[in-house]
Design a binder for this molecule. Structure first.
Ligand SMILES: [Zn+2]
Ligand SMILES: [Zn+2]
Ligand SMILES: [Zn+2]
Length: 220
């Protein structure tokens, strides 16, 4: 196991690489901590990176671990903003603390609870885990698709799968966003929800892509 500082550097290498950058300067710019050259050397000794002049590249092992760290970081972002309602400017910092302590099985449960999110709150992709590939729902369906709720049932939105961007923006403009509690008003002839002072008919395709935390579960 690497220490947390070395994990932060791997995270920064991943983020830089997403922007097609691999220079040391780019990695420093994307890193939450200031790191030293000897820490980079330590990553090289651990066979996580290859150093080539000013360029830093993942080894196969480094890429595998980087993927795990970035997945945990972004899942934590979804978790803290949607359920714990942390403000977005604090989200990254908290996620950075979270990512180092998440056990693999907890990570899977959280991912399942959140409906296997594919993107983090700032739109970056979350690498899928085993739970996503199996599309598992084994955590007692505490989080479920809005379409599964019956009239009168209530849930708090945890995640909206961006089926298409225009739909997502439309929902957000109606005020339907993570953190909002919705009640299913009726399911036929149209699927209709109520939230705050709004009543809204939803296309079933869209309702299917909205994941909610059942309120009854929150109260337990
Ligand atoms: Zn981090
Ligand atoms: Zn993010
Ligand atoms: Zn998953």
């Amino acid at each position: 196991m690497l220490n947390e500082r070395l994990e932060e550097i791997l995270e920064a290498i991943w983020v830089a690489r997403e922007k097609k950058q691999s220079s040391l300067a780019a990695i420093r710019e994307n890193c939450a901590i200031q790191f030293s050259g000897s820490e980079l050397k330590a990553l090289e000794r651990n066979k996580m990176v290859l150093l080539n002049g000013d360029e830093v590249h993942f080894t196969h092992e480094g890429e595998k671990l980087g993927k795990v760290i970035i997945r945990r970081h972004r899942l934590a972002e979804v978790l803290v903003t949607s359920i714990l309602k942390v403000k977005k400017h604090k989200m990254h910092e908290i996620a950075c603390e979270f990512e180092h302590s998440l056990q693999a099985e907890v990570e899977e449960s959280i991912c399942t609870l959140l409906g296997h999110p594919e993107v983090c709150p700032d739109g970056k992709s979350i690498p899928p885990g085993v739970c996503c590939k199996n599309n598992s729902t084994r955590v007692e369906n505490t989080v479920t698709s809005l379409i599964e709720l019956s009239p009168g049932e209530q849930g708090r939105i945890t995640y909206i799968k961006p089926g298409s961007h225009s739909n997502l923006h439309q929902l957000l403009s109606f005020g339907l966003s993570p953190g909002v509690t919705v009640t299913v008003h009726r399911t036929s002839p149209a699927f209709c929800v109520k939230f705050e002072n709004t009543e809204l008919a939803l296309d079933p395709e869209i309702a299917k892509n909205i994941f909610v935390w059942k309120t009854s579960c929150l109260l337990k």
